[in-house]
Ligand binder design. Structure first.
Ligand SMILES: N[C@@H](CCC(=O)N[C@@H](CS)C(=O)NCC(=O)O)C(=O)O
Length: 223
């Protein structure tokens, strides 16, 4: 039996990734929520994961941590989590790894916080570079690799969509202007039933963390 340890749904973008993947593919799991406060890691989480962070997947007690490694572990059992075509699969892996390793400027300037209602502001040049790269990745996948099997990056929902899902919330909450293809893909992610389930649970949470909430004023909005 799988146990998935996640952080607060309002804030924990990394936790959303494996949670969404498991929900989309109908994999049964027990969900356990721990409090996260924007720390790089938390020694209190060490019993749950070697890296002292969430998400962490336990498979009958065996621990798998790091969102991309959790996705790979699951995909070994459920190969449909990656595109069937070898080149599409390779591209899906490249962009998933790029997401896992990069986009620090975007992540720092626009942390996931589902409760914020913002007007938005002009991104710095560095943040805009990250935004432009996300748009480029999405447009390339949708125009060169997507099959007719769905509105997601490679057609049917894959690990790559789970990896980019929190970015859809960021673009939405921080009011980032997107060209039409990227906007349509963002909207497809936001309309996913499991994304809606996560959002509705997230906005009901009462815990508040200044680290994430403090940005509301900067972007002309409120919590
Ligand atoms: N690279 C890790 C990042 C995980 C991470 O940064 N998790 C945060 C929550 S989103 C955490 O556990 N922080 C500890 C805390 O704030 O207590 C992954 O891909 O899973």
């Amino acid at each position: 039996m799988f146990d998935l340890y996640i952080g607060n749904k309002n804030y924990s973008s990394w936790s959303l990734r494996p949670w969404l993947l498991m929900k989309h593919f109908g994999i049964p799991f027990r969900e356990h929520m721990v409090s996260v406060a924007g720390r790089d890691y938390n020694p209190a989480l060490k019993p749950l994961a070697g890296n002292a962070r969430v998400p962490s997947l336990h498979d009958d007690g065996f621990q798998v941590w790091e969102s991309i490694a959790i996705a790979e572990y699951l995909a070994e059992r459920f190969p449909a989590m990656w595109p069937a075509d070898a080149k599409a699969r390779a591209r899906a892996r490249s962009i998933s790894a790029e997401m896992h390793a990069g986009f620090a400027k975007l992540r720092t300037a626009m942390p996931m916080n589902l409760k914020l209602k913002l007007k938005g502001k002009l991104p710095t040049a560095e943040v805009q570079r990250d935004i432009d790269r996300v748009v480029e990745i999405w447009e390339e996948a949708r125009t060169q690799f997507a099959t007719a099997d769905g509105p997601y990056l490679f057609g049917a929902f894959s690990v790559a969509d789970a990896m980019f899902a929190p970015v859809a919330w960021r673009f939405h909450v921080y009011n980032v202007a997107l060209p039409p293809l990227a906007a349509a893909y963002r909207d497809a992610l936001l309309a996913h039933p499991a994304m809606i389930e996560w959002y509705e649970a997230g906005i009901r949470e009462s815990e508040a963390h200044a680290h994430y909430d403090g940005l509301a004023g900067e972007y002309g909005g409120s919590r």
